[in-house]
Design a protein around this ligand. Sequence first.
Ligand code: PLP
Length: 396
Amino acid sequence: MTISKEMYELGAKRSTIRELFEYGKQQAAIVGKENVFDFSIGNPTVPAPACVKESMIELLENEKSDVIHGYTSAQGDFEVRKGLADYMNNEYNCQLKADNFYMTCGAAASLCITLKALTASSSDEFIIIAPFFPEYSVFIKSVGAKDVIISADTDNFQIQMDLLEKAINSNTKGIIINSPNNPSGVVYSEETLKCLSDLLRKKSKEYNKTLYLISDEPYREIVYDGIKAPYVPALYENTIICYSYSKSLSLPGERIGYILVPDEVESSKDVYIAVCGAGRSLGYVCAPSLFQKVVLKCLGKTSDVDLYDVNRKMLYDKLTEIGYDCVKPDGAFYLFVKALEEDAVSFCENAKKFNLLIVPSDDFGCPGYVRISYCVDPEMINRSFDAFQKLKELYK
Ligand code: PLP
């Protein structure tokens, strides 16, 4: 083969989630859409808040074409980044400036750019905590670094600090955390993040090097029961935030997000320049222009999280009543449930017999569980309970 074998293999293998999603569409054509219970994909169903449509209309009607459709500066429009800095300063009591932000095409781009900017050698390692968003491994490997996987504590899906401590070595460049978490729904408390910060500081000293904390936060505002996701840079100085509006504003198809490199990061100006370089090298400069301006007008707004909360409660209550062992999610819109047999892939195949499409946790690096995405129509959740009941009975 004269093309990249690695890239070919990556392209040829569809993710399990995508496979299920496609299967669901085929099955709907056979048994009817209302009889398929598709919990596979994390595509927000709660509509974008009204401000999105209103600001789009306002921008389209009142701004010149080159302002809304033209190139912005490579790192994003200055006014947008300035507005973002002012908003964050007000929200988190910090002192950010426009030049701490780099606008991106969503969290995937934020992560790829950040990883590329930080990776200096093929021996560099990034630690990820299973269960994790499966693309982390792909992104880390694609910049020529190594992914090192540690498991979360399956009692509560929090970080196992002792495992993390053992995993850090002289090659460690950083760690990626994701809170609220996809797929476990766990939100790291301030206390957890303080322990993590203490450990990273201790290890930085021991190896005499900077350890970066990459905080992947597309679900930051999707939290329940009054919980607030802490502002991570206030707890650990070498934090880089990878953010996206895909979930908070229900805009995954618009590809808009940002990277935040606060001044507190060691050699932050150099890191920021490397971020600009990585964006350039990956061809990710100039995030979608219209949507940069839309998010500026929607700062502080989110889709209606209460609607996800209704789904969360409905699913959690019913599935635990049926007898499933579920982790109660504090955030994001996923329920992580113990499969009723060791092999989650086989369990999900059995679920398909009842047209129940749920994702085996193997790709999340934590076998034996399934992910149920509840960013779906509540009516579908109601209709699905019979199928969950029958699936349970199959294992009696
Ligand atoms: N990180 C996590 C944890 C996610 O769940 C997702 C998408 O589902 C992403 C990153 C990628 O988000 P985006 O659509 O903004 O690229």
